[in-house]
Design a protein around this ligand. Structure first.
Ligand SMILES: *Cc1c(COP(=O)(O)O)cnc(C)c1O
Length: 514
C-alpha cells in the first residue's frame, strides 16, 4: 500500500493526524476547523497530460491515490468505476467543449441530477460508506449514519442520488416547501432508494437550515437516535474534504483534455473562471494549480451577492451591512463562503490567524486579512460580479452568437471571463444544465428581465412543460436530459410537509424511523 496522507485542521483543534477515511466520516474538526492534507502531492506535466488517454474514473482514481487515500489501490479503482459509470449521460463525464477558440467550457453537469454537485456527490458517499464499514469491522465505530440535509434545491437532490441505497447510511432532506422550483421539488420527491426520505418545510431555506442545525445540537435527540436506532448524525456538506478531493480531479483532467484538443500548448498556462458560492469548486482549481497544473489566474465569478468580489479587491470580508439578494443563480446566493477558510489557511498556514478572523466574522460580520495574505490571495485570484439582468442578457447573447445555451450560473462565469480576458485561453466552468433553471433561461431567450412577469400562458405550465417552450425558442442545441424530461410522469413518493423548526424536524424523523 502507498504511503497514506494524514490531515490536520485550519484552526489547530485536531492534533491526532487522522487519515482520509477518518476526515470523511468526521466532516468538521473539533473546534470548528476544516481538514486539509498535511502535504500536497506534485504532478509533473507528463503525469497531467497522460490523463487525456484514460477514462475519467481512472483520472479520479489517480488523484485519490496521489493524495494518499487510505484504501488499497484496487478498492479506489472499484469505487471510482462505480462513481463515474453509466449513470452519467456523457462517457467523458466532465468534457471540455470549445465554444469559441479562446473560450472552452468544462461541463460538470452530465451526472444524474444535471448539476455540478454530482461530481463530488456521486463519489463521496461511496467512500463514506466504505469508511464506516471498515471502522465497524475494526470495532472502532458502532453506529450507522443518518445524513441530514437542509437544501435550497441542488444539493438535496445530488445528496439523495449519492446516498440512495448506500450501506450504513440513511438520508433525510428538508427543503423550503414554497422555495424551490417545480422541477427541483419533483426531482427530490421522486427519489428512489430504501434509505431516503424527503420533507417540505413551512419556512424559507434559512429556517430549514437553522432547524436542522438545532436538531444536530439537541443532545437528547442525538442520544435517542443512537440508543433506539443505532444512528449518528452527519451532514456531508460541502466543507467535507471528501467532497473537495473529487473537485481537484476534474481540473487536472480538463487541462489534459485542452492540450489533447489543441486548446492550449502543453505547458502553457490557462485561466479558469468559476461561478462561485461556497468557494468549493474554485478551491479545487487552486489545489490543482498547487499540484502543478499550468493554471495562471483563478477568476472568481459572483452574482449580486458579491462579497467575494469585494474581498479579493480589498482584503476585507464584510457581510455586516449586506442583505441577501435573490438571483437567477440561487446556488451562488451565499454570504458566508465556508471553504474560503481553507484558502486562507493554505495562504497563511497559521491556525491562530484563522481562529481570529473566523471569530471576528461570527461576532461582527467582518474581518480584514493582513497585507501579505491579501497580496498572496491577489497573486492567484481575480474576481468580478454580474447583475441579475446582465446574467440573463449573457444567456441570450451567447445563444445568439455561439449557439450554446448557458444556465444562469454558468452565464455569470462566462460574462466575468469576457470582461477579464487576457492572453491565456480561458476555461469557463459550467455548473448546471440549462434545463435545471428553465424559467430564467426562458426569460433570457424572450428578452425579459428578472422582474418581468411571465406571460399568463407560460406561468401556468409545469417546469417540464416550460422546458418544451425553451426548446421552441432554441431549437438546435436545447435538448433536455431524460431524467428531467420524464419528471411529470414519475411517481411522487414523499408528500410530507412539516414545520421548519426543531420539533418539526425531529417529529418527522421519529415518525419515519418508527
Ligand atoms: C453549488 C453550485 C455552485 C457554487 O459552487 P461552490 O462550490 O459552492 O462555489 C455554482 N453553481 C451551481 C449550479 C451549484 O449547484
Amino acid at each position: 500500500m502507498r504511503r497514506e496522507t494524514t490531515y490536520h485542521d485550519t484552526r489547530g483543534g485536531d492534533r491526532s493526524h487522522p487519515a482520509f477515511s477518518d476526515v470523511v466520516v468526521t466532516g468538521i474538526a473539533p473546534g470548528g476547523g476544516l481538514y486539509v492534507p498535511d502535504e500536497l502531492p506534485a504532478l509533473d506535466l507528463d503525469e497531467v497530460l497522460v490523463f487525456a488517454e484514460w477514462p475519467y474514473w481512472r483520472r479520479a482514481a489517480a488523484i485519490f491515490s496521489r493524495f494518499g487515500v487510505d484504501l488499497p489501490t484496487g478498492r479506489i479503482d472499484a469505487l471510482m468505476r462505480e462513481a463515474y459509470g453509466a449513470q452519467w449521460s456523457d462517457p467523458r463525464i466532465a468534457p471540455v467543449v470549445e465554444v469559441r477558440p479562446d473560450v472552452h467550457v468544462l461541463e460538470l453537469w452530465h451526472g444524474p441530477t444535471s448539476a455540478f454537485k454530482d461530481m463530488a456527490l456521486q463519489c463521496m458517499p461511496l467512500f463514506f460508506s466504505e469508511a464506516v464499514s471498515i471502522k465497524q469491522a475494526r470495532g472502532a465505530l458502532a453506529e450507522d449514519f443518518l445524513v441530514l440535509v437542509a437544501t435550497s434545491g441542488d444539493t438535496g437532490k445530488a445528496a439523495l442520488e449519492g446516498f440512495a441505497d448506500r450501506p450504513h447510511t440513511k438520508i433525510a432532506v428538508f427543503y423550503p416547501a414554497e422555495g424551490v422550483s417545480d422541477i427541483q421539488r419533483k426531482q427530490m420527491v421522486t427519489q428512489h432508494g430504501e434509505n431516503v426520505v424527503v420533507f417540505g418545510a413551512r419556512g424559507n431555506f434559512d429556517d430549514c437550515q437553522t432547524a436542522v442545525k438545532a436538531s444536530f445540537a439537541d443532545e437528547d435527540f442525538t442520544e435517542e437516535l443512537r440508543s433506539r436506532h443505532g444512528l449518528a448524525l452527519s451532514s456531508a456538506n460541502s466543507i467535507n474534504w471528501g467532497r473537495l478531493l473529487p473537485q481537484i480531479a476534474y481540473y487536472v483532467s480538463a487541462y489534459a483534455d485542452m492540450v489533447a484538443n489543441g486548446g492550449v500548448v502543453a505547458g502553457r498556462p490557462i485561466d479558469v473562471c468559476v461561478p462561485t458560492g461556497n468557494f468549493g469548486n474554485i478551491l479545487g482549481a487552486y489545489y490543482a494549480k498547487r499540484l502543478g497544473v499550468p493554471i495562471e489566474r483563478l477568476i472568481c465569478a459572483s452574482n449580486e451577492n458579491n462579497v467575494l468580489t469585494d474581498f479579493i479587491a480589498t482584503g476585507a470580508y464584510d457581510i455586516s451591512g449586506r442583505d441577501f439578494v435573490t438571483t437567477p443563480s440561487p446556488s451562488m446566493d451565499i454570504l458566508v463562503s465556508s471553504n474560503l477558510e481553507r484558502q486562507l489557511y493554505e495562504l497563511t498556514r497559521d491556525p491562530a490567524r484563522i481562529v481570529e478572523w473566523m471569530t471576528e466574522l461570527r461576532a461582527g460580520g467582518r474581518f480584514k486579512v493582513d497585507r501579505d495574505t491579501h497580496r498572496a490571495m491577489r497573486s492567484h485570484f481575480t474576481g468580478d460580479f454580474v447583475t441579475n439582468d446582465d446574467s440573463l442578457a449573457t444567456i441570450r447573447r451567447v445563444w445568439d452568437e455561439s449557439g450554446y445555451l448557458l444556465d444562469p450560473h454558468t452565464a455569470v462565469a462566462w460574462e466575468v471571463a469576457e470582461r477579464q480576458r487576457a492572453d491565456n485561453p480561458v476555461l469557463v466552468v459550467s455548473t448546471a444544465h440549462w434545463a435545471k433553471f428553465g424559467t430564467d433561461v426562458y426569460r433570457a431567450l424572450r428578452g425579459l428581465s428578472c422582474a418581468d412577469e411571465l406571460p399568463a400562458d407560460i406561468d401556468g405550465l409545469t417546469g417540464v412543460e416550460l422546458l418544451a417552450e425553451v426548446q421552441k425558442l432554441a431549437p438546435e442545441g436545447a435538448c433536455v436530459p431524460h431524467a428531467l424530461a420524464t419528471l411529470d410522469e414519475a411517481t411522487e413518493r414523499f408528500s410530507g410537509v412539516v414545520d421548519a423548526d426543531r420539533e418539526g424536524i425531529e417529529g418527522a424523523l421519529r415518525d419515519w424511523l418508527g
